[in-house]
Design a protein around this ligand. Structure first.
Ligand SMILES: [Zn+2]
Ligand SMILES: [Zn+2]
Length: 322
């Protein structure tokens, strides 16, 4: 199959209407099929009309290094992570390939951090404070190791439930609203597995909204670098990044319409946050008992369980730990 030169953008003739939307004026002619395309049919990053992006995804997107023959696993890993930063340019490649290689990628990029996120909230034998870890009582080394392993598996369990909820929602919505014959569950799960590491940037709360349970907050608290502004910034960047990733996959790899491809990511994100909160509520009995917060911290908690208070809440466990 020969690829026509894609650097020649052809302006439409005066009065050209979109081939898909006869009521809309065309903005360009597609260099591949020569058909006039309107604003919503023209895909500027791929420099093709939407129909050509759907029909020839391999032509308009670099292949995913992780699943490219002859690329070392290390280059594949780094290259595929880097593709995550340009979701529009790389989304069409999600439409062809199998779930297994995507799952393998998730096991390397998402699983270790999913395990890590369980350690601070769920370990009983270690007390985590700012840049210090102390033993709680005098447990045997094997006991501590088992305890940490158990906490890591709870972190993985939380992550699996969250990712599974999002994947199921994404797969069913894109199949319902995507292009018949193009949208399928494989593409949805490939998206979730190849980009699942972004989910770890999302904030989450546990213990009735009193403690941040997400990896970012816990790492920031542990390293003594907790800064509410930075925390909110990471959460917003992570959220927008994930929404964009899901939107470009829905639109460019599964043919969902422009409107629905904006809406679906919000639903998927909401499902992920909700599943996570429910799972953490269910797992709360497995947490070490919350230690008494100093009186000075109490007013921040009384002020109200609104989202903005998340930044205050971390004080409680940190000051209580020593
Ligand atoms: Zn075209
Ligand atoms: Zn159109």
């Amino acid at each position: 199959m020969t690829t026509p030169p894609d650097d020649e953008l052809i302006p439409p003739s005066p009065g050209d209407m979109c081939r898909v939307h006869p009521e809309r004026l065309a903005v360009l002619r597609c260099p591949r099929c020569q058909r006039p395309a309107c604003f919503s049919c023209w895909q500027p990053v791929q420099r093709r009309c939407h129909a050509c992006v759907m029909a020839f995804p391999a032509e308009v997107s670099p292949s995913i290094p992780w699943e490219t023959e002859g690329v070392s696993w290390w280059r594949g890993l780094v290259g595929t992570l880097r593709q995550g930063f340009s979701p529009s340019a790389t989304a069409p490649a999600l439409a062809h390939g199998d779930v297994r290689s995507a799952l393998g990628f998730a096991l390397l990029t998402w699983l270790p951090f999913a395990a890590l996120q369980g350690i601070i909230p769920y370990t009983h034998t270690l007390l985590f404070a700012e840049r210090s870890v102390t033993l709680s009582g005098s447990p045997a080394a094997a006991h501590v190791a088992l305890d940490v392993a158990r906490a890591m598996s709870l972190g993985v369990l939380l992550g699996v439930l969250q990712l599974a909820g999002m994947g199921l929602a994404f797969a069913s919505l894109t199949r319902a609203y995507g292009l018949a014959g193009v949208a399928n569950a494989t593409t949805a799960w490939r998206t979730v597995f190849y980009r699942g590491f972004i989910v770890l940037l999302l904030p989450s709360l546990m213990a009735g909204g009193l403690m941040p349970s997400d990896l970012v907050a816990n790492l920031m608290l542990f390293t003594g670098a907790f800064e509410p502004t930075l925390y909110v910034f990471v959460a917003v960047v992570g959220g927008v990044w994930l929404l964009t990733t899901l939107r470009t996959s829905a639109r460019l790899a599964q043919g969902v319409g422009p409107g629905m491809s904006f809406l679906i990511p919000f639903v998927v994100l909401a499902v992920g946050v909700l599943v996570r909160l429910l799972a953490e509520t269910a797992l709360q009995p497995l947490m070490p008992p919350l230690r008494e917060a100093p009186a000075a911290v109490a007013p921040a908690e009384v002020d109200g369980g609104h989202g903005a208070d998340a930044a205050e809440a971390p004080e409680a466990p940190r000051e209580a730990a020593p």
